[in-house]
Design a protein around this ligand. Structure first.
Ligand code: AI9
Ligand code: AOF
Ligand code: ZN
Length: 363
């Protein structure tokens, strides 16, 4: 039954997907004599942690009960009081921890404090699933760099548009809906100025019955050539648009654009230096980014090994033509030794389309 309770805690954690940044998603279940007496999950940074919600619901029944929690209880005073204190005060007898918290403020200290108060702690129950739920947090808390996901939507022959640039739509309704779901769970969406020029996209999250939220929009535009009339500069969205450019941008154009969007001058030189941009975004507590093209920008992210996860939507269509743009432009490789291979691949059918999700080998 232990596995069942931890599965429930993981499901609870996932309920806050895309809403807890820069914190992890955490779920907790209190069990007394085989009955679930309290459940909870962390809903938003700065609000109570999962354990506190579950213990509040359990009340007196927490005394002598078991607690199942998907991440090691915190033991530091952050924006909320330490969970170890709450667990000890509630009289919990035994704690199952799926995964240690790599946050240097916590890692191992939470468990040690519980043990020091005579509480039995069992680690590692469904650890792999717990790791996956928080793949974003686990990268961010260790590196302070955002987790980078990259989404492509192509024909079977890897084209993102016809040679004349027509791209709407290659994939169908279900696939595009999944694309909006991704915008709902990643902190930011990042596209090149080429996509802005070609599609004039809104980059907003349009899910049915408004359940979604817009990601922060980041436009990589090395010469600040974006048009003031671009849709991304004229949206009424709770999320900002940020333009990342280089010192080639003129002060005059910067002051014009800054009326609608902050302009980050990342570096000198011809192109925006992507690792520097990612560092700046991490410093702004942006913990995850969804790169959505176009082909040239995708090519740069690929070549510089900056992608942590790929979402490749494939339509059963063939566009053909050497001049039609592929999903990863820019520099190529001469030897297959340098190919980017995906592991832990999952294939899903979405209507008539496929979604191939995977992680670059060796990342
Ligand atoms: N062309 C296709 C896609 N194209 C996605 C483009 O990168 C770009 O994000 C959209 O054109 C932006 O539109 P907006 O933000 O919704 O206004 N994405 C898809 O999933 N399928 C396709 O066929
Ligand atoms: N969300 C979460 C935890 N998050 C941990 O606490 C840190 C944030 O602390 P604070 O600023 O006080 O919210 C976060 O970086 C992570 O290490 N811990 C837990 O015991 N339970 C929870 O539900
Ligand atoms: Zn806590």
């Amino acid at each position: 039954m232990d596995v069942g309770y931890m599965k429930m805690a993981l499901e609870l954690a996932r309920k806050a997907q895309g809403r807890t940044s820069p914190n992890p998603m955490v779920g907790a279940v209190v069990v007394k004599d085989g009955n679930i007496v309290g459940t909870g999950y962390h809903q938003k940074a700065g609000t109570p942690h999962a354990e506190v919600h579950a213990l509040n619901e359990a009340g007196e029944r927490a005394y002598g009960a078991d607690l199942y929690v998907t991440l090691e209880p915190c033991n530091h005073l952050g924006r909320t009081p330490p969970c170890t204190e709450a667990i000890i005060r509630a009289g919990i007898k035994r704690v199952f921890v799926a995964l240690r918290d790599p946050n240097p403020l916590v890692s191992g200290k939470g468990i040690a404090r519980l043990k020091a108060h005579g509480i039995e702690v069992q680690e590692g129950l469904l650890e792999d699933e717990a790791r996956k739920v928080n793949e974003v947090f686990l990268k961010y808390i260790r590196t302070k760099l955002p987790f980078v996901a990259l989404k492509t939507a192509t024909s079977l022959d890897g084209k993102i548009a016809t040679e004349r640039g027509e791209s709407r739509w290659i994939t169908g309704q279900e696939a595009r809906l999944r694309g909006h779901w991704l915008r709902n769970i990643y902190d930011a969406i990042l596209v090149g100025i080429g996509t802005v020029m070609a599609d004039d996209p809104s980059l907003t999250c349009r899910l049915p019955d408004q359940e979604g939220r817009d990601p922060i929009r980041i436009i990589v535009d090395s010469k600040l050539s974006i048009d003031e009339g671009a849709r991304v500069l004229n949206l009424h969205s709770p999320a900002p648009t940020i333009i990342a450019t280089t010192a080639q941008a003129t002060a005059e154009k910067i002051s014009r654009i800054e009326k609608n969007a902050p302009v980050l001058v990342v570096n000198e030189g011809k192109e925006v230096h992507l690792p520097s941009l990612l560092k700046m975004l991490g410093d702004m507590e942006i913990t995850s980014v969804l790169v959505e093209g176009g082909g040239r920008l995708n090519g740069s992210f690929l070549r510089e090994n900056l992608v942590d996860k790929f979402y490749c939507f494939l339509a059963p269509k063939i566009i053909g033509g050497t001049k039609a743009p592929g999903s990863f432009g820019g520099e190529g490789i001469s030897s297959l030794r340098d190919v980017t291979e995906l592991i832990d691949v999952v294939v899903e059918h979405l209507g008539t389309d496929l979604l191939v999700t995977g992680y670059p080998k060796g990342k």
